[in-house]
Write a protein that binds this ligand. Structure first.
Ligand code: IPD
Ligand code: CA
Ligand code: CA
Length: 254
């Protein structure tokens, strides 16, 4: 399944890269939540290949495809993570493919076709970028940390969103908002970033990156510090060493 996932993400990524300069059709799923013809085409290709290879597996894919399987395995697909970047031709987006076993992330692959970087991991077997092992950073203090975040499409919780942003900004060396949660997690896994947090995410934004980060020695929890839960939609991810300090910034009473 890992090799198959790498092939799937690579093929879908190449297709996106080949069409990046072509005509992109944009539809609105919400006020600022967009989907393009390329998200849909990328997803159709990925889903049909999984159905052919693993007919008894479940599939959950962002652009409106979900199927319950009869086995323990479920594929979780984000056909383009970073759709806004894709639309604006900012080369920071990926195809994210994950496999869950009994609901727990087992395999994760994120492919950025423009930078030609593929991150992958399988639970218990280490994390890799283009075949070389990756590890989280050694940074111990927030003041030496570069932290990424993202903003949800739904702005209902603006006060706590900005509160968290301010508390991290006051403690960290810097904050980045790059536009692909899956790649943000991979960058924590490979040590470029020291941490990441976001609220309002979906399983397909996180599943692949979480396997990769855990296998690279990182830590993930929910915003309140409780064990990570793919269904809850909020995440604090780090190199483990700055986790407590970063997670502390998530508390509204700070
Ligand atoms: C989005 C990206 C972004 C994050 C959003 C996600 P999409 O996914 O991961 O970085 O801030 O919350 O929804 O819509 O590009 O697949
Ligand atoms: Ca996404
Ligand atoms: Ca997407």
């Amino acid at each position: 399944m890992l090799d198959f996932s790498i092939r799937l993400a690579t093929k879908a990524g190449d297709y996106l890269k080949d069409n990046l300069e072509g005509e992109i059709t944009i539809e609105h799923k919400g006020r600022i939540d967009l989907v393009t013809n390329m998200d849909r085409l990328s997803q159709e290709r990925i889903v049909s290949e999984i159905e052919r290879a693993y007919p008894d597996h479940g599939i959950l894919a962002e652009e409106g495809f979900s199927k319950k399987g009869t086995s323990a395995f479920t594929w979780v697909i984000d056909p383009i993570d970073g759709t806004n970047n894709f639309i604006h031709r900012i080369p920071f987006f990926c195809v994210a493919v994950a496999v869950l076993k009994d609901g727990e992330p087992l395999v994760g692959v994120c492919r950025n076709p423009v930078s030609d970087e593929t991150f992958w991991a399988q639970a218990g077997r280490g994390a890799f970028k283009n075949g070389a092992p990756i590890r989280v950073s050694q940074t111990r203090r927030m003041i030496d940390s570069l932290i990424a975040t993202g903003f949800p499409y739904d702005h209902d919780d603006m006060a706590s969103l900005l509160g968290r942003f301010e508390r991290v900004l006051r403690k960290a060396r810097g904050i980045r908002r790059m536009g692909s949660a899956a790649l943000d997690l991979c960058m924590v896994a490979s040590g470029s970033l020291d941490g990441f947090w976001e609220q309002g995410l979906k399983p397909w934004d996180m599943a692949a990156g979480v396997v990769i980060l855990r296998e690279a020695g990182g830590a993930v929890t929910c915003l309140d510090g409780s064990p990570f839960d793919l269904e809850r939609g909020d995440i604090v991810a780090s190199n483990a060493r700055v986790h407590e300090e970063l997670q502390g910034c998530m508390r509204d009473d700070r």
